[in-house]
Design a binder for this molecule. Structure first.
Ligand code: FE2
Length: 178
């Protein structure tokens, strides 16, 4: 099976809920991609948004992470797999989407708006950035897109929202292969 078909079948077969939320990982990632589209983002960022939590499909049982107080480092697992197949502009914001949360959480209003599960995972991911880490992150070439991805991510947990089928993204995925 080629890589795009393999990815599409992971989305089609996924039934597990996204870490303490009420939507599946598939629903969550498709909602994230749809937010990028609604906000007129580049096709690269739509593709990043669609794939950003792919690491959760690779991890054995993502549902146990919060329960066991472990951080599965899904962003690295997803990134390391996806970078073998997709262009840099797509995969780099995926690598940084957790750092973007650590950055944004410096703003208390942002922090308070996070879901309970997301607050727990923030702690497991090392907590809020200090000033030095924040400054360093701002210099990153993919800073802006990582922040945008993060904001779509945080808002992509709506129960019962009508979403696109993963098959509608097949040509986008193919167009971003290395
Ligand atoms: Fe996410």
């Amino acid at each position: 099976m080629n890589i795009v078909s393999q990815i599409i079948s992971s989305y089609s077969n996924n039934k597990s809920l996204y870490l303490g939320e009420k939507v599946t990982i598939t629903e969550h990632m498709i909602q994230t991609a749809m937010l990028a589209e609604i906000n007129n983002c580049s096709s690269d960022l739509v593709c990043s948004s669609l794939l950003h939590d792919y690491g959760h499909f690779i991890l054995d049982n993502p549902d146990n992470l919060v329960v066991n107080k472990k951080d599965g480092r899904h962003e690295d697992i997803g990134y390391n797999f996806l970078k073998k197949h997709f262009i840099k502009n797509v995969v780099e914001p995926i690598k940084y989407h957790v750092k973007a949360k650590k950055y944004l959480a410096r703003d208390n209003k942002y922090y308070q708006g996070l879901s309970d599960a997301s607050k727990v995972s923030l702690k497991l991911q090392g907590g809020i950035f200090n000033d030095k880490d924040a400054k360093e992150f701002e210099k990153n070439e993919f800073f802006n897109n990582s922040i945008k991805l993060r904001k779509f991510d945080d808002n992509a947990k709506k129960v019962g929202l009508k979403i696109k089928s993963i098959n509608e993204y097949r040509s986008l995925l193919i167009s971003k292969l290395i």
